[in-house]
Ligand binder design. Sequence first.
Ligand code: GSH
Length: 223
Amino acid sequence: MSYTLYFGNMNYSSWSLRPWVLLKHFNIPFEPRKVEVAGTGPNPRHRDYSPNGLVPCLHVDGFPIWDTLAIAEFLAERHKGLWPVDGIARARARSVACEMHSGFGAVRSAMPMNIKLRLKGAPLADDVKADVKRIAEVWTDCRERFGRGGDFLFGEFSVADAMFAPVVWRFNTFNVELPRVAALYRDTMLDLPAMKEWEAGALAETVAMLHYDALADAWGGPR
Ligand SMILES: N[C@@H](CCC(=O)N[C@@H](CS)C(=O)NCC(=O)O)C(=O)O
């Protein structure tokens, strides 16, 4: 079976990072196809390779699978170790992965992924603060309850970690203060070789999306 992953700009495309980091971490070979995103909703430009006009989209022998969670589930059916082995841990991993996939809108819109920027940070609006608090609670609870076998949410790296990977970059860019266990987890993720490889790709990009970069001033400028 041959895999081709269509994904967006590495500095900005948060959804694209998730399946990319999963494929890289688990050493699953794939052909990378980077495409330019506009930072909007469904985009006619992507329709030739992605039926819903969004990336990421994984082609399996030419057959398209779109949406991050569908891609992750497909890969988990064919490759070992992508979800925790224990059924209860796996159920919780799915809950938090789905919570990430369908939630945290305030963090997403206030703090778009922008890997190149390292900002001083600013006081958070109440809805953003509530999202950050819940994310820290999820990370802390997973680490304390299920994380004994390693440094990730469920011990070994899993789909759940891949789902939170862009949030890690957001907290890094916007200098978000986290409680101890959550901060250690963020640092573990920042050290992951697949995250470093994505970061290097982002730093090498020259395309600038000005509406995202312009947020820097409101967040205290570079630190
Ligand atoms: N729910 C989708 C969301 C995908 C999505 O919103 N992708 C954005 C890029 S991060 C996109 O392709 N937007 C079109 C564009 O900006 O050109 C998923 O889980 O994959």
